[in-house]
Design a protein around this ligand. Sequence first.
Ligand SMILES: [Zn+2]
Length: 258
Amino acid sequence: MLMEMELQQTIERERVAPETITARTRSIYDETLRHSKYLEAGNFKSIHPADLERLFDLYDERFFAGGCRQALGSAPLRFRLSKRMTQSAGKATRLQHRDRRTKEVTTEYEIAVSTTLLFQTFHDVDRPIVMSGIECRDRLESLQRIFEHELVHLIEFMLWKNSSCSAPRFQSIANRFFSHTEHTHQLITPRERALTKFGVKAGSRVSFRVDGQHYVGVVNRITKRATVLVEDSRGIRYTDGKRYAKFYVPVGLLKPVE
Ligand SMILES: [Zn+2]
């Protein structure tokens, strides 16, 4: 396919000058704030999947001359916001469906972004946020870095069907187009926030109140909320032989106990 060839040549050969990358990403930042109904400021408080779609079109237009849309052809590309992603900031997926009757295979793509991680960053844990090796000043800049990373995944999926951000090909593309020097994010995860703000981690003994009752238990794991196990003769038996009741508690309600 001609369109894919063109995109592939651009992706394999082009290197965008660092100052051009800065100017383009800045113009995308400004344009996003100007046109979005949901992103009201750099540290926005709401976001809609339509904002991800606009980012896609802006990046595609400024960096790839519309080549991504062309390479997609008729394959659907969906955008999703996820509250449940608590470790990875974004995720690009390539899905294939085979029609049972016609045996026809269709491909579709999705880009998902974690709102849990986005909204926890630039909130109440204060430290510089470095994304893909670039320091970000606010939530929108972080979103752009996440999006650029997922866009490289998407491009690799379209051109080569597979994608890995720990591989040299990915890192070369991310560096030549977006100045990325690392492929890991440093957004604040619920785990980090629990530890730095409340002194709580998996294994901590904690006390908390639910419906006026006071409980003491042990933190089992931390995702969006903490899972706390409290000894309870009516509870489920665990591998240590004891019985526990399980509570899902917002980390801010936990107090570490010695
Ligand atoms: Zn990745």
